[in-house]
Write a protein that binds this ligand. Sequence first.
Ligand code: ADP
Length: 481
Amino acid sequence: MPDTITVQPSGMLRDFLISGPGLEVRNPASDALIGSVKAFEASEVEGIIQGMKAAWGSWKAMTAKQRSVLLRKWNDLILANAEELAALVTLECGKPLGEARGEVAYAASFIEWFAEEAKRAYGQVIPPHVPGKRLATIKQPVGLTAAITPWNFPLAMITRKAGPALAAGCPMIVKPAEATPLSALALEKLAHEAGIPRDIFRVVPTMDPAGIGRLFCASPDIRKLSFTGSTRVGKLLLEQCASTVKRVSMELGGNAPFIVFDDADLDLAVEGAIASKYRNAGQTCVCANRFLVQDGIHDAFVEALSARVAGMKVGPGEEAGTEIGPIINIQGVDKVDALVRSACEAGAKAVTGGHRHIVGAHFFEPTVLTGITSEMDIFNTEIFGPVAAISRFTYEDEAIRLANDTPYGLASYMYTQDLGRAWRVMDQLEYGMVGVNDGLISTEVAPFGGVKESGLGREGASLGLDEYMEVKYVSFSGLGA
Ligand code: ADP
């Protein structure tokens, strides 16, 4: 058994750790135990849901501006505690501290954005179809909402849901991933400090994700479920939500193509590849998963990318200069290792990397593989590790066909200097998001989401608020006109 790390619980961490048995939280860099947090049972969660249901009326009755003021305070507190939050994120999720700081700012941005958007939840006045009638729509909060979130963005995947929910007038209960309850509890603490009532935003870490998931889905009191995670669990939750005809948002897996055409700016393409592939050690759902590189630029791209990747510093996230942190758990490392080995056995070549990293059991070398074909598992599986899998192609329509040859449709990327080609290819990519000469596409101001088996609904942007609002149509007659 690994030793318990010698971190002295300080600040928020001290508030969350309990001495008895609970949900154990580990540092993925060392597998050392950080401590345990309270694990909620389904029966307790049911009681919390009832309390939230009772509190909804007063939250809904507030003006959008009143809610906005509280959300603004929450945003300010997140930013004021940025260093402590970033340290928690790195501690339990492993990402380099610089990336964790970036996540804090990204997480806060959703609270700020929806604090503003809530004031603009406009309905419509519709020109009537017959004399004497007046028609209108208004938007109203859907009711009590629940979220189930992943470990790879332990702050931002919560605020992207809670921001619009609370802004729209909906209470939200969040079940965070088992690996990362600390960041979630920190957000909850700051929300309550900001004046958001306890029964309006709750976080319930648990060791029984399936049980709490079933409870959320079956509860007639919860009117909306927002999930970010695997397609497998998303499908299960969709089935379970059928019993209560619940509204759902689903941000599921991806298999992002990263297409580099002969006419691409090579430096830009390499920069984009680094940003999109190696962030969070390749553990984001919008990470480039399949590099499709045209014949004429293939060798130059491989050479330039490999040179950059070979120089990346691998280590614990809190160490200065770390670019690649750990994989979240040993199962994740095993999966990446198996994908790389089976690709190499089938003829792929590791130009750089290709093995587990000597720095620790949870680390994998930043890797560039060439010679990937569409029959290989690595081409068809979300890798979730720091491995660039490169295939080559000759024709534009071949690239489009390969890119779309997957049940997934979340993010896609393309590098070309030809404006006509950029538009033409973008038009045909069956994806919810396309980065043209851009490897970093996520922002609170634009709609994030996928098509096909990558999900349902959009988060962020003005559309993000609609996910938590119902449209009510009202027809006035007998007006005497
Ligand atoms: P990942 O592979 O990224 O961990 P998962 O889909 O397994 O993706 O996990 C995402 C979230 O879904 C986590 O909060 C996890 O606890 C939760 N989860 C996993 N299995 C279930 C389930 N059967 N029902 C409800 N939630 C689940």
